[in-house]
Write a protein of this length. Structure first.
Length: 266
């Protein structure tokens, strides 16, 4: 169980303190168990970094050979944690081809129901740690984390998807108050393939939550605030808190808002 830490009037769910430093551990640990149970001998993943780091850890733990396809835009700070990777302009399609050619299990979270089960556990923990939770802010790429969480939280908890202004196909459905940017500090939230998008949007609407789009400068400001309070986390974590700060005075978020921090500072 990851800690729930209070700072000022909000609570931080410290998924960045998982074994490899991100919420991806929740899904990947179960996915590796599934591939072993199904008799697979090899695994493959396409990733922008955090999922690959998590997959590599659990594959090494169970001695499963892993091939990683990465985008050319993957941060060098994450590359140093990885081995046996291939830089590709089409990492998803190349990973799919590899999985078929080599009979390797494709560790794609947005298309594997097991991943949703992993993220569901975060919601179960939150209800034990803070039964009064009123709203939850989640950094969103493909939306798999948010959707999995929605399965274990009551409808009284408002869900908010937070995305950067450089790429916000989900959050921009709710938030029009932003200026598009061409670069992003959060390199792990740029998922282009969104098979769960409709379900994610439905989960958000059902919770009476919404989406928040955040500018780079707001991420930097919040990162400095977190550092000052000795909370060392990723830009994705700072983005999520910045999303809360953007709407805290304009929307009813309840007395017990929670910010999901994921991704170690790398």
């Amino acid at each position: 169980m990851t800690p729930l830490q209070k700072i000022d009037s909000i609570f931080l769910k410290r998924e960045d303190l998982n074994e490899t430093g991100s919420a991806k551990d929740r899904a990947l640990s179960l996915q590796i168990q599934k591939l072993i149970a199904k008799g697979y001998k090899f695994a493959v993943i396409s990733s922008t970094g955090n999922a690959a780091i998590s997959a590599q850890h659990y594959c090494q733990l169970f001695q499963i050979p892993l091939t990683i396809f990465l985008s050319p835009h993957t941060s060098p700070s994450k590359l140093k944690y990885l081995s046996n990777y291939i830089i590709s302009s089409k990492p998803i399609s190349d990973a799919i081809k590899f999985s078929k050619t080599n009979h390797a299990y494709f560790l794609r979270q947005s298309t594997d129901p097991v991943a949703l089960s992993g993220y569901r556990q975060i919601g179960i923990e939150l209800l034990k740690q803070l039964p009064e939770i009123s709203s939850l802010f989640i950094p969103v790429g493909s939306g798999t984390t948010l959707l999995g969480l929605s399965f274990s939280l009551p409808p009284t908890v408002k869900l908010f998807a937070v995305q950067p202004a450089s790429y916000c196909p989900i959050s921009s459905q709710f938030d029009k108050n932003y200026f598009p940017e061409t670069t992003s500090l959060t390199d792990s939230l740029g998922a282009k393939y969104l098979p769960l998008k409709i379900m994610v949007l439905e989960a958000i609407k059902k919770s009476r939550g919404g989406g928040v789009v955040v500018q780079n400068q707001a991420v930097l400001n919040t990162r400095a605030y977190l550092d000052k309070n000795q909370i060392i986390t990723s830009f994705e974590g700072a983005l999520t808190l910045a999303g809360y700060q953007k709407i805290a005075n304009t929307q009813n978020l309840g007395t017990f808002p929670v910010i999901l921090l994921t991704g170690a500072k790398r």
